[in-house]
Structure formats: C-alpha cells, structure tokens
Design a binder for this molecule. Sequence first.
Ligand code: PLP
Length: 380
Amino acid sequence: MNELLRRYADVLESLDAQGLLRRLPPSDKDGLLDFSGNDYMGLARRPELVAAAAEAGRLYGAGATGSRLLSGNTPAHEAFEARIAADKGSEAALIFNSGYQANAACIAALLDATALGAEPLVFADKLNHASMHLGCALAGARQLRYRHLDLEHLKALLEKHASEPRPKVILSESVFGMDGDQADIAALQDLALAHGALLYIDEAHATGVFGPRGYGLCEAVDLAPTTVVMGTMSKALGVSGGYVACAGIIRDYLVNKAGGFIFSTAPSPLTVGAGLKSWELLPGLGAERTALLHRAEALRQGLRRLGLDPGQSTTHIVPVILGTPERTLAAKDALAGQGIVVSAVRPPTVPQGASRLRIGLSAAHTDADIARLLGALGSL
Ligand SMILES: Cc1ncc(COP(=O)(O)O)c(C=O)c1O
C-alpha cells in the first residue's frame, strides 16, 4: 500500500482495536424503531415543511447562488432572521448553513484578540460540543474549562481571574446533547454580567423543545445585549441550518468578520423556507412538548428499574451509560437485532469510561415504543 494511505489505514486499525471505529449506519431504516435521530418534535416529514420548501424554491431558486454578501441574500433569509430575533427577544439574528458552521464561525470571530484588544479568557463547560471547541481553536484561544454545569466552579475561576484586564467570555450549551441535562441560563447570565463577560449559549438541543413557545431555554430569560444565543434548525425544527440571536452590533460584526458566513454560499432557499415554516409551527406544539417530556421521564424511571443509568438527564435526550465502548457496541447491536436503532456514543465524543447508548426521543414516539425499548433493554 502507498505510504500515505498506509498511515490512514493504521489510524483506522488502531480505532477498531479500541472499539472506537465509526461506521455509517444502514441507510434504510424502514420498519425499524428509531431512537437515533434529533427530530425531537417529529417535524422533518411534515407536509407543510416540504410545501414551504417548494414554495421558497419556486420564488427564489433551489440554490442561493452565492454568499449573502454577494448574490445569496433573499427576502426568505431576511424574513427568517427577523422572526428569530423577534421570538428570541434579541435585536437581530443571523443564519448559517449549519449549527457546526455557526459555532465555529461566530465563536472564532467573537474571540478574535485583535478585535478585543487582548487575548480573551474563555470559560467553557467541560462537555461543550466539538464545534464550540473548533471556534476556540480557530481563534487560538485557550479554554479554562469548568466542571460540567458546576457554576460554583465557574464562579471561582471568574473570581480567580477577576483582576486580569483581559476580556472574558463564557461558553455553554443550554441542553447538553449527550447527557440531556440543562444549564441554569439565568444564573449563567448573572455571573457573566457580574464579571463583565460575554455569554454565548448553544441552544441546539433546546430549540423547539423548551420555552413557553418552544424557542429554547433562553426564552424565559431577559437577554442582555452581551448574551449571544446560538441554535440549529437541524434538530427539533427537522430541517438544517444554524442561527445566532444577538445584539445588532454583534450581527453587523459577524457579517464582517465571521468567515463561515462571508466565505460560504448562503443557505438554500429550500431549507430557509422549510425552517421558517417549522419555526412558525413551534408555538402550537405545547401539548406535544409536555407529552414528550413526560415520556422521557417514564423512560428514565423504567431504566432505573432495570438497574440502568440514565445519568443526570432531565430532558428528551436520555443516555444509558454503560462505561466501555465494547459494552456499548454490544448493546447497540443487540437492540438492532430486535429492530431498534439507538446511537452508541464513545470517546472522544464523551469522556473515557462514559460510553453510552444515546436515546433521542421524539414527539412521534408513543408510549408503546418506550415500552418496547425498555423490554428490549431488559432482555440484554
Ligand atoms: C450542541 C451542539 N451544537 C451544535 C451542533 C451542530 O449543529 P448542526 O448539526 O446543525 O451542524 C450540534 C450537533 O450535533 C450540537 O449537538
């Protein structure tokens, strides 16, 4: 084998030996009971979304034809941003092709040492998503990582560095994607304001599921102009894309400095049309949200009765923490043998020793689906 290809092959062999090799799952899930998705409100296949995509495509084309700053700005993009800003209670919003791109581009730009006049001190929850780490890495910013959800630890770190004249930024998810637990957004914002820090919250897994109208955990909080809220259209909204809701000055700054916005073709009108329709449906889904969270609680109770560990989950994301990659893969395969699809999440996505099945519940699941899953887990 060619020397370069040999090196890549060695990496794959080493991952395989550790039980960490990733493989694409089967593409055909017909007839299977699927808990591996993030379509939390069961919207992805709603005909209204498909019709809205088609209508936006008819008006503006299948593709945006250029970046927003060139040819890609359409009334659909502007309407969606205006709606996000209004519903998030922020001055402005900006949309991106994906949540990953939004985090990488916005965090990198917001942490820029030249703009800030000094290298920022970045305080980050230990379990933040990979895309947030990427934003920090792109800016060359070192992170001071506080224990997961431990705001006393964050406070101690902020106090320790209080006398340093460097700008401060706090980064956290609101609902954590692998653990299904929640940050206290009001307390985070209070801490940020007390220390003059910018607060950046990732609502990827909360958008659609939490908040009085489904617009995320931040909906219940009066957002400060120095709080930036990011989210995705790719999970509960059932489409794809990312957004930030923020002060007007921050939006203008990102339009000028966020590489993933400037140098990337604008989101397709198809996804923007579908995303806006989905966003508009959220306030009407209160009963579905309540039922979803009740079902998640029933699942956690069932897991505990089986002696299984759902960690600290309080949401629609329920881990079954099994420890080793081998045990996790074996459980996933055994469930697959019974027609049930779950994700096996292993390091580096989660810490060593915390490999788990990840169960993503959707409003489309029924009580009978939960009973079937518990029955299958009980027979492992
Ligand atoms: C917390 C968090 N942020 C951002 C993303 C990226 O979002 P997207 O899938 O829209 O790229 C994810 C995706 O899994 C996520 O879990």
